[in-house]
Design a protein around this ligand. Structure first.
Ligand SMILES: O=C(O)CCC(=O)C(=O)O
Ligand SMILES: [Fe+2]
Length: 242
């Protein structure tokens, strides 16, 4: 038996459109992802896409990666409640805009809070991928200001993009994780590992993906370049600064 079994739990209330259908993916050891493929309706999502694309003061900052300056490979903007500690990442400190400047964002925030009672997000990092060359590399949103078990709700609009999750290498020596089973071909052995330590989601227009528990401590995520993704995608990640 594999030690790292993934359980996907599907649930829905009796909504005829299946809008609240969600998948809960137990990543084990206290990490969890909830995926709601049709969180927002198609029409409503286009209304929000157009608003965000036009009204948000997008910037493409210079950041520092491994000691070198480079242009962040996507547009960004940051919105946060007043009085919170300042966010900084990759040597960049985004200006914190106020929620009041973008009233529609409050409606999306309200919908997210309704879907996840008990959540209380107070900041939002927005990303705009102008095509398949724009991306976000492997990272974890494990900044100290989010605490040890940050909950991050990610809502997507526009072009479909693949979202990958990969387990961080364990610091504790493993007891032969790919232990040879007599007669099992090597291809099967490595696949077994990758099935449980990597996950892929297609984040479509109007979908929501929530990461919680120890997902930022134990996993990294990315939205890789995709030659076929030829249209703009906008992604909102709601977070709680402690
Ligand atoms: O665009 C996405 O789906 C992910 C964005 C992300 O990981 C981030 O902003 O930290
Ligand atoms: Fe992230």
């Amino acid at each position: 038996m594999s030690l790292n079994v993934t359980t996907v739990h599907e649930s829905t209330n009796s909504n005829p459109k299946g809008r609240d259908r969600r998948q809960t993916i137990d990543l084990q050891n206290g990490s969890e992802v909830v995926f709601v493929p049709r969180f927002l309706s198609f029409e409503e999502s286009w209304k929000w896409f157009d608003y965000l694309n036009k009204e948000i003061p997008w910037t493409r900052p210079t950041i520092r990666v491994f000691g070198r300056s480079c242009l962040q490979p996507r547009d960004t903007c940051y919105v946060a409640s007043s009085g919170l500690p300042v966010l900084g990442y990759s040597g960049y400190q985004p200006h914190a805009y106020s929620w009041d400047e973008f009233p529609l964002l409050k409606d999306i925030l309200e919908a997210v809070h309704k879907a996840f009672p008990g959540s209380s997000f107070n900041s939002l990092l927005l990303n705009r991928y102008k095509g398949g060359n724009d991306y976000v590399g492997w990272h974890a949103d494990d900044e100290k200001l989010y605490g040890s078990t940050p909950e991050i709700a990610s809502v997507s609009f526009g072009c479909d993009r693949e979202f990958l999750l990969k387990k961080k290498p364990s610091k504790i020596p493993q007891v032969q994780p790919n232990k040879r089973v007599e007669g099992e071909p090597p291809s099967k052995r490595s696949k077994k590992n990758s099935q449980t330590d990597q996950h892929s989601f297609t984040l479509k227009h109007g979908s929501l993906l929530l990461m919680r528990g120890y997902t930022q401590r134990d996993w990294v995520h990315s939205v890789p370049k995709r030659a076929k993704a030829d249209a703009t995608r906008i992604n909102l990640t709601f977070r709680r600064v402690l």
